[in-house]
Write a protein that binds this ligand. Structure first.
Ligand code: ATP
Length: 265
């Protein structure tokens, strides 16, 4: 078996943001994640790739404890962000999810105005002292989401009235409004057309100056375009992890090679 722990250390030349050790995930009797060890870089984009059902989304959801919301799901092992154990009893999962934002496959704006979609998180986390403060957070977040120019004249229109690509950028703006440090994205472009996909990919590239971004994708072209590091999962194992250029040009494991050349998947 490939020594992922050793490789995770070898390739990690920058600051580590998230470190996972001996992570196991079970859904009842199904062993979905098998002893995963990985160090994920700060201020970089890391792609999780692999065939359907290999555990990419399950592992992604461990990073903000979204699996806690699934009754049959059990997570073992250690996951630390900035050296702090996110599964410690003292950690409030709601606070954690403000720090570790998530964007889903299907854009899911709240049935509220564009303004209130963004203001929701800062309001519940008490991030704004007054209305002027909140206005500033809303503008800054929409600019960060690369959608400000398209919505600045209709902030009080419903978020659900935007196009799919605009809704996804609104959801990214909503995720950044609570000043997260990590952004998890589960196939964020799979419901988008090629133009909207290109806009979101460009945005992901800009976001890495400030956040650690982890993206699950079925598109190897997308992983190659947006990420600096790639992790290949297969049957619940993290088979190979390294610089994206290395994974796509000189994979070390034959399962990775089979996947990227289209022989498995
Ligand atoms: N809520 C759940 N309850 C029970 N089993 C689950 C649940 N979610 C995922 N699984 C199982 O865990 C395994 C990993 O699934 P997961 O969705 O993480 O894979 P994935 O690589 O993200 O797949 P895909 O690319 O198809 O989205 C699969 O065997 C799946 O059936």
């Amino acid at each position: 078996m490939y020594d992922t722990e050793k490789l995770a250390t070898d390739v990690n030349q920058t600051e580590t943001k998230i470190s996972a050790r001996n992570v196991q995930v079970y859904y009842g009797d199904t062993h979905a994640i098998k002893d995963v060890n990985v160090d994920i870089d700060a201020k970089a984009v890391t792609a999780f790739i692999g065939p359907s059902g290999c555990g990419k989304s399950t592992f992604l959801r461990c990073i903000n404890r979204m699996n806690d919301t699934i009754d049959v799901c059990r997570v073992e092992g250690d996951i630390k962000i900035d050296g702090e154990d996110i599964y410690d009893k003292r950690v409030d999962p709601v606070q954690l999810r403000a720090k570790v934002g998530m964007v889903f496959q299907k854009p899911n704006p709240f049935p509220k105005s564009i303004y209130d979609n963004i203001a929701y998180g800062p309001r519940i986390h008490g991030l704004a002292k007054n209305k002027a403060d909140l206005d500033e957070i809303v503008e800054k977040s929409l600019r960060r989401g690369a959608i400000w120019n398209e919505v600045k004249d209709r902030l009080h229109a419903p978020g659900t009235g935007l196009s799919g690509g605009q809704q996804q950028r609104l959801c990214i703006a909503r995720a950044v409004a609570t000043e997260p440090e990590v952004l998890l994205m589960d196939e964020p472009c799979s419901a988008l057309d090629p133009i909207a996909t290109a806009q979101v990919e460009e945005l992901i590239d800009e976001l890495r100056d400030q956040y650690s971004v982890v993206i699950v994708t079925h598109s190897m072209q997308q992983a190659a375009r947006v990420s600096q590091k790639t992790a290949f999962f297969h049957l619940g194992n993290l088979v190979e992890y390294g610089d994206t250029s290395q994974i796509f040009t000189t994979p070390q494991d034959e399962r990775t090679e089979s996947y990227i050349t289209g022989r498995i998947g």
